[in-house]
Design a protein around this ligand. Structure first.
Ligand SMILES: C[S@@+](CC[C@H](N)C(=O)[O-])C[C@H]1O[C@@H](n2cnc3c(N)ncnc32)[C@H](O)[C@@H]1O
Length: 281
């Protein structure tokens, strides 16, 4: 088991997990994107910011590679969990972490790379919120800096309305415990292009006894690729490429993409002539 994975496992309070540990249990097996994020962080010279860093699923592997990173997240418990893990990990690099909102934070510095992994962009539920966020990302990037984020494909399973709970995934843990996560989606709003997905997770011990159950109410936007491109261009980014998987296959070459990964660059020429950003105080 990789070191950061072991740390994540060791830090779980199995009988009374907090909200951040719920997240870690639910996404325990999610690692198909990690080498992509590490690779992109390694390529960049200059400082890196992760928006929505959460409990450090992506932050920790980057730190483990000796790369310094800044992180912001609106959730204090998530950040606290990440701080706890970095202390245990004694990573070569140090994180600079802030509890703040991604639409309004102001770190008063500029980055060569800003990443926003694992659908965090889709938690912005209106064009006003997306404008505030993209303007803020633009402001925090150096000239020519990269903004990289991934979002679920708009044809994903989650968007098909369900009448009853559907099993989404089973996570098996090294101590013999397992969890089952179900989802229910009834409220798809075609006008606002948002969806309310309810998640239910049940945690079983190594004897198969149910020891915990929790619910998570999630609101997400669903946006077509074209709509995201228009937004990025409107707020001053040029699109370098869009991948349809974490191996780096171009979106148009992936038959049924699960994710779309946007690589966008702060386009200073465009900004100067087409979109006026508000000056910051
Ligand atoms: C899907 S998780 C991704 C966490 C981590 N990057 C990962 O890949 O596992 C989304 C994260 O974004 C944070 N988040 C959601 N809305 C936010 C906002 N408006 N400002 C800052 N963080 C936000 C959540 O607290 C959560 O930690």
């Amino acid at each position: 088991m990789k070191k950061y994975k072991q740390i994540c496992f060791d830090s779980i309070d199995w009988h009374n997990p907090n909200q951040a540990q719920h997240y870690d249990l639910e996404h325990y097996a999610k690692n198909n994107d990690l080498s992509f994020w590490v690779k992109i962080a390694k390529k960049v010279r200059g400082s890196i910011l992760e928006i929505g860093c959460g409990t450090g699923r992506v932050t920790l592997p980057i730190l483990e590679n000796g790369i310094n990173i800044y992180g912001i997240d609106k959730s204090l418990v998530m950040i606290e969990e990440l701080i706890k893990k970095t202390k245990i990990a004694k990573t070569k690099a140090t994180p600079h972490l802030f509890v703040d909102d991604m639409k309004t934070f102001d770190l008063k510095r500029h980055f060569s790379l800003i990443i926003c992994p694992f659908n965090t962009f889709l938690t912005l539920l209106s064009n006003d919120e997306r404008q505030a966020f993209l303007t803020n990302v633009y402001y925090h990037l150096k000239k020519g800096g990269l903004f990289v984020f991934d979002v679920l494909d708009s044809n994903t399973n989650y968007l098909v309305p369900t009448k009853k709970w559907r099993l989404e995934k089973i996570n098996k843990y090294p101590n013999g415990y397992l969890s089952k996560r179900y989802f229910l989606n009834k409220n798809k709003n075609m006008k606002t292009k948002t969806i309310n997905i309810k998640f239910k997770t049940e945690l079983f011990n190594d004897k198969g006894k149910l020891i915990n159950r929790w619910f998570f109410n999630y609101f997400s936007a669903f946006l077509k690729t074209r709509e995201i491109i228009i937004l990025l261009e409107k707020y001053g980014f040029s699109i370098e490429t869009i991948y349809g998987d974490y191996k780096g296959t171009k979106l148009q070459h992936v038959k049924i993409p699960e994710n779309r990964i946007f690589i966008a660059r702060k386009d200073c020429y465009k900004n100067a002539f087409s979109f006026q950003h508000e000056p910051r105080n």
